[in-house]
Design a protein around this ligand. Structure first.
Ligand SMILES: Nc1ncnc2c1ncn2[C@@H]1O[C@H](COP(=O)(O)OP(=O)(O)OP(=O)(O)O)[C@@H](O)[C@H]1O
Length: 341
């Protein structure tokens, strides 16, 4: 069981845009496909999903070729894919049916995901009191932003309902369109979830909503491929990565192993006095310093231990001596930055 991507190759005219990319997912989890703009992530994803012809390579899902017939796929594309003028609900139902969700199931699933992603107000009729403009439920009770009743119809003198129509995609913000497309991707309860820039355009609250859903899907044993420029978010989820640069894989493998291979080279040091001279003596690099609190780049463990010994021997009061590995962001910049110059 799993996904195998072998030797993917794509050319447009003379230009190679995906140059022999291979990776595999033997178990559920998140695989991150990272890279600079134009590195070939979206093209790779489309070839993996059999939405774009390849010039070479193959993609295998559970011992057979991968496509929308052989695998229950949920795909969130990078670009907006909704028809601007048609009703959102009609489109969601249309795409849900295309993905094989039965009509009976569809309404329940849409309702569930609309609640989870907090997009109900764009999909279902909303009611307002025509006199006060206050939000009311279908019985005429006053409700707050979370739909909680705070004044019942019995206690109110009169009820004047005004129905607000659900919206069409062109009336939605970029982030809400993104959430609707994510909702569509999740309708079939997919086994393979492919998210191309899932967090782009989302505010921190909605980013958290989506992160929670991703966590849940990981726990449910789903295979997830994620492409993103937001390294901190990807780092939270992924176990394995490929970093693409100019169509080629420049870094690939298990993220922990990759981090280990660079060593613990980030040192946060806090002392009770200025220790520039000791840091310079061992040849480490001061990245920043504020009130005797240093961010330092060391070459290796030997250099950091030498510094610690020097501080202790000279009776410096050390408040913090904290070594850590490179972040994914730093690895990305290190590997791809040189290529881009
Ligand atoms: N239909 C096409 N015809 C010609 N070139 C194309 C076509 N589609 C993509 N490309 C080129 O292929 C390369 C890879 O594009 P792709 O969209 O896969 O990059 P990406 O890594 O997803 O970038 P981004 O992070 O900016 O979305 C780019 O140089 C792009 O210009």
């Amino acid at each position: 069981m799993g996904l195998v991507v072998k030797d993917l190759f794509k050319k447009y005219g003379d230009k190679t845009v995906v140059d022999h990319i291979s990776f595999r997912m033997d178990k559920p989890g998140v695989y991150a496909l990272l890279g600079t703009n134009g590195a070939g992530k979206t093209t790779s994803i489309r070839m993996i999903l059999d939405m774009l012809d390849k010039n070479g390579g193959e993609v295998i899902w559970n011992d057979g070729p991968l496509n929308f017939d052989t695998c229950n796929i949920g795909y969130l594309a990078e670009e907006r894919g909704l028809y601007p003028k048609y009703s959102l609900m009609d489109q969601i139902k249309y795409f849900g049916t295309l993905r094989g969700v039965s009509e009976k199931e569809l309404d329940k699933k849409i309702k569930y995901w609309a609640e989870r992603l907090k997009v109900e107000e764009y999909l279902y009729p909303q009611y307002k009191d025509a006199v006060t403009g206050n939000k009311i439920n279908e019985h005429g009770d006053f409700i707050d932003e979370n739909g909680k009743v705070f004044l019942t119809t019995e206690k109110r003198k009169r009820v004047v309902k005004k129905k607000i129509k659900p919206q069409s995609p062109d009336q939605l913000s970029k982030g809400n369109q993104q959430k609707i497309q994510f909702l569509i991707a999740m309708l079939s309860d997919p086994d393979l979830i492919v998210l191309d820039e899932p967090f782009s355009g989302l505010d921190p609250v909605n980013t958290d909503i989506l992160k929670n859903v991703v966590r849940e899907q990981i726990d449910a044993g789903k295979y997830i491929i994620m492409s993103s420029h937001q390294m901190e978010v990807v780092e939270e989820f992924c176990t394995d990565i490929t970093i693409l640069s100019r169509s080629k894989a420049v870094v690939q493998g298990n993220l922990n192993d990759i981090k280990k291979s660079y060593g613990r080279v980030n040192l946060n040091l806090k002392c009770e006095e200025n220790v520039d001279k000791y840091i310079n003596e061992v040849g480490a690099e001061i990245v920043s310093e504020k009130e005797n609190e240093y961010k330092i780049k060391v070459k290796n463990d030997e250099q950091s231990q030498k510094l610690l010994k020097l501080l202790v021997d000279n009776k410096v009061n050390v408040i913090r001596f904290d070594l850590s590995e490179l972040s994914l962001h730093e690895i990305f910049v290190k590997e791809v930055g040189a290529d881009e110059k």
